[in-house]
Design a protein around this ligand. Structure first.
Ligand SMILES: Cc1ncc(COP(=O)(O)O)c(C=O)c1O
Length: 399
């Protein structure tokens, strides 16, 4: 969950890391063998191959591979901005998520409306969301699938239908989770994923935007690479050349959109192809561990309650202490036992200077509780039931 794990200072050797690499020795050996073929390393033929493999695994029509989950979020907002479909520049943003779930809205001139966190899933609070929808009629809503626990998607999609907003789904920390058999990242018009080290899967750094909307897909492809048409289908490319009357010599280097360069590389795509193959195994391990944590800590601590029909796939097990003092005791006990921990995501994004300096503090009862009482426990595929028991023993011993 963003930029490495936060370690509480201890001289104890770390036994349980929050983030573990899903790129294992076999992956590295395969990569070394591929490199011995002296292939092209920058974005090339493996990138669309990886994108197709990801789309097939996810159940989406199209995916665009880029250099991070943050860039994937930026590409989502920008594609909607350039789509000509938005009736206004208002967007509902979450209080629980990552800074780059919100930052592109501020960078691109949207008016962000911050929403309280749901008491069960920590996603967008549906009552507050409905009030914001009634009061502001925003064209856009960005939701985060918090930490691999699906949100209440039936209720959210009903609000989407009633108020006619476009949904951006930030699933950067939720790949592998599903709601009533449908993978998260397939509910929004656009969805983002992070392949940063320590997430559900890794391409070292990396991100993907997935969609089943062909027109948005074309915008994403152009915005990822400077705004040119090189990655478009031949038909879409030809249509632009014809529309703008471009001569042959100029054709390869014409910019139709004010784009970025958010490309990843074929080296990362090679790794990604290996990761997709083991996604189901990774997801099953994380799901089993998560269920064990929930069983062991039930009634002792608060944590996310997935809606009926959910399949959870978390990168860490998030929990809430009853107050700041209890959290401090738990954190100290974890450190003393070589167990890494950190705050719950970024707590309440509405209390961070990037937000308060521009809009003042956005304080909400649930999001503030997550901010002041939340913490993470390791959940990696290598964790065994005995490890979960040990970690839970340390936690319950410090309540
Ligand atoms: C919800 C969420 N959105 C976006 C991101 C950004 O992803 P990246 O670190 O790949 O830029 C993260 C990272 O942890 C995240 O958890």
């Amino acid at each position: 969950m963003g930029a490495g794990a936060m370690i509480v200072h201890t001289d104890k050797p770390i036994k349980y890391h929050l983030a573990e690499d899903t790129i294992d020795e076999r992956d590295v050996d395969a990569l070394a063998a591929w490199l011995k073929g002296y292939p092209r390393l920058t974005k090339g033929p493996l990138t669309p191959e990886f994108e197709a493999a990801w789309s097939a695994w996810l159940g989406a029509e199209h995916s665009v591979f880029c250099n991070s989950g943050s860039s994937a979020n930026l590409l989502m907002y920008y594609a909607m901005l350039r789509s000509g479909r938005l009736r206004n520049m208002k967007v509902v943003v979450p209080s629980v998520g990552w800074v780059t779930s919100v930052a592109p809205a501020m960078q691109l001139g949207f008016t962000p409306l911050m929403c309280e966190a749901d008491p069960d899933t920590y996603g967008l609070d549906l009552d507050h969301l409905e009030r914001l929808l009634k009061e502001h009629d925003p064209a856009l809503v960005l939701m985060v699938q918090v930490l691999g626990v699906p949100h209440k998607m039936d209720e959210l999609m009903k609000l989407k239908e009633r108020f006619g907003f476009t949904l951006l789904e930030d699933a950067c920390a939720a790949a592998g989770a599903a709601y009533k058999g449908r993978k998260v990242g397939t509910f929004g018009e656009l969805a983002s994923f992070s392949a940063y080290f320590g997430h559900q899967f890794s391409t070292i750094e990396g991100g993907l935007v997935s969609t089943s909307d062909a027109a948005l897909h074309e915008l994403l492809l152009m915005h990822r690479s400077h705004g040119w048409s090189k990655d478009l289908s031949p038909g879409a490319h030809e249509a632009l050349v014809k529309k703008h009357g471009i001569d042959d010599f100029h054709t390869p280097f014409v910019f139709y959109e004010a784009g970025f360069n958010l490309r990843a590389t074929d080296l990362q795509a090679f790794i990604g192809l290996g990761q997709v193959k083991k996604m189901d195994w990774i997801a099953s391990r994380r799901r089993e561990n998560h269920a064990l944590f929930a069983q062991r800590l039930a009634g002792k601590l608060d944590f996310q309650r997935p809606p009926e029909g959910s399949t959870v796939c978390s990168i860490s097990f998030g929990a809430l202490a009853k107050d700041g003092a209890q959290r401090r005791r738990i954190v100290a006990a974890l450190a003393a036992n070589g167990i890494e921990t950190r705050i719950f995501s970024a707590g309440n994004l509405g209390l961070h200077p990037f937000w308060t300096e521009r809009y003042g503090p956005a304080s909400f009862p649930m999001a503030d509780r997550i901010h002041h009482c939340g913490f993470f426990l390791p959940n990696n595929p290598s964790l065994k039931p005995a490890d979960v028991d040990f970690i839970c023993g340390v936690v319950t011993g410090a309540l």
